[in-house]
Design a protein around this ligand. Structure first.
Ligand SMILES: NC(=O)c1ccc[n+]([C@@H]2O[C@H](COP(=O)([O-])OP(=O)(O)OC[C@H]3O[C@@H](n4cnc5c(N)ncnc54)[C@H](O)[C@@H]3O)[C@@H](O)[C@H]2O)c1
Length: 375
């Protein structure tokens, strides 16, 4: 298989994480195409300097056009603030490269739809980042959620991503706390794709939503001795209707930056009359399974490193966040090469657009204090 040669535009938090995952590519042992990072673009010289440590990188630049003109680059990972997604995603596609987009795939529904249409028009391979479903427990939960014969009548679905990053009022603001960079959807743009990916892949798109949105602290230190406005929604609780097995089922999507006791907790839970499943990164080794019997209880299954794409790591060892990024990138490389098979794939542009349709309905719901049909 041909080596997939990557460029990165945006070498910040996620750009570095992406490069680190590619640096461990040789740990993948299955039918995954080889991959290499060859080019990086960031406006910030300090961010660029970090990439000097990465073997194989032959181009480090502050000009995106230079990277996009590099014939050695096959696909570009764009990890920029949300207000830049549309412009840089479209520039990447128009330069003839494939695209690994960061969530939320455009600052709003209009941007997401435009990028999706442009990807289809140009015939490029495009996927959107959402790594948490690649954890072994999430994979097991996704598989069990497909088995309606095991679950019985589905009674309730819950999916969430919880941070506590905004509980400290003295934490300095960054672009993610300001609507003009993050988008009016606020925390939904930040954490929402993570919550939507598995339900959407199951075909569980909400038909109606009632949303409760909350602001955090209205001002924060700007990191330069002053204060700056923080106007994004910090917490969002979405009460949705979804059709599963011919029934309308309540589904709750929860994204929070102010969730006391939670650091980076992703969870997914389905409860049916006969069975249920729950996985949370709070207990990352444990899958909880419910089988209805005389007594009510969860069975706790101790998980190992049962990854979607095989690696050298022994089956009993623990799995972590960087592993989930490596797995997600392996899914991109395999799907692009046509060898994904029935394994779990990254979020598609259509799924990203569907998530934005829910966020648009959620904003309207909160403003009008009523449930809104999703487009
Ligand atoms: N998948 C995940 O788990 C996850 C986690 C965090 C962030 N994200 C997403 O990743 C994206 C980036 O977030 P981040 O936390 O890495 O942000 P960041 O602020 O850490 O990094 C962004 C980088 O982009 C650079 N940049 C800004 N404008 C540029 C331009 N015009 N040309 C080139 N470089 C430019 C900045 O200098 C900075 O280094 C966002 O879409 C965010 O939602 C995803």
């Amino acid at each position: 298989m041909e080596t997939l040669k990557w460029g990165i535009i945006g070498g910040g938090l996620m750009g570095r994480e992406f490069a680190s995952a590619l640096g461990r590519w040789f740990a993948l042992t299955g039918d995954v195409p080889p991959a290499l990072l060859v080019a990086v673009c960031d406006l910030n010289p300090t961010a660029r300097d970090w990439f000097k440590r990465v073997p194989g990188v032959t181009q480090i630049t502050g000009e995106a056009d230079e990277l996009l003109a590099n014939p050695d680059v096959d696909a570009v990972y764009v990890a920029l603030p949300h207000n830049l997604h549309r412009e840089f995603y479209v520039r990447t596609l128009q330069s003839g490269k494939d695209l690994l987009a960061e969530k939320p795939f455009g600052i709003d529904l209009e941007a997401a739809q435009f990028v999706c249409d442009e990807a289809k028009r140009l015939g490029r391979f495009v996927r959107c980042s959402s790594e948490m479903p690649f954890l072994p427990g999430a994979q097991r939960a996704w598989k069990m959620a497909q088995q309606l014969d095991v679950l019985g009548r589905v009674l309730e679905v819950r999916s969430g991503f919880l941070h506590s990053s905004d509980l400290d009022p003295n934490k300095a603001a960054n672009w993610k706390r300001q609507n003009r960079f993050c988008g009016e959807n606020g925390v939904l743009n930040d954490l929402g794709m993570h919550v939507a990916h598995v339900p959407l892949r199951l075909g569980w798109k909400p038909s109606r939503v009632y949303a409760q949105l909350q602001h955090g602290f209205g001002e924060r230190p700007d990191g330069r001795g002053g204060m700056t406005v923080c106007d994004t929604w910090d917490n969002a609780l979405l009460h949705c209707d979804v059709e599963i097995g011919g029934e309308v089922v309540p589904m709750r999507w929860e994204t929070k930056r102010m969730a006391p006791t939670e650091t980076n907790t992703w969870y997914f839970e389905v409860l049916g009359t006969k069975g249920g499943v729950r996985f949370s990164t709070k207990t990352p080794k444990t899958l909880f399974v419910f089988e209805n019997g005389r007594e009510q209880s969860w069975k706790a299954i101790d998980l190992g490193h049962a990854s979607v794409f095989e690696t050298v790591t022994g089956g009993i060892f623990e799995f972590g966040f960087p592993d989930s990024i490596l797995q997600m990138l392996a899914a991109f490389a395999c799907e692009r090469a046509g060898v994904l098979g029935d394994r779990f794939g990254m979020a598609t542009p259509d799924e990203a657009v569907a998530s934005h349709q829910v966020w648009a309905a959620a904003l309207q719901s909160h403003a009008e204090k009523r449930a809104i049909e999703v487009e």
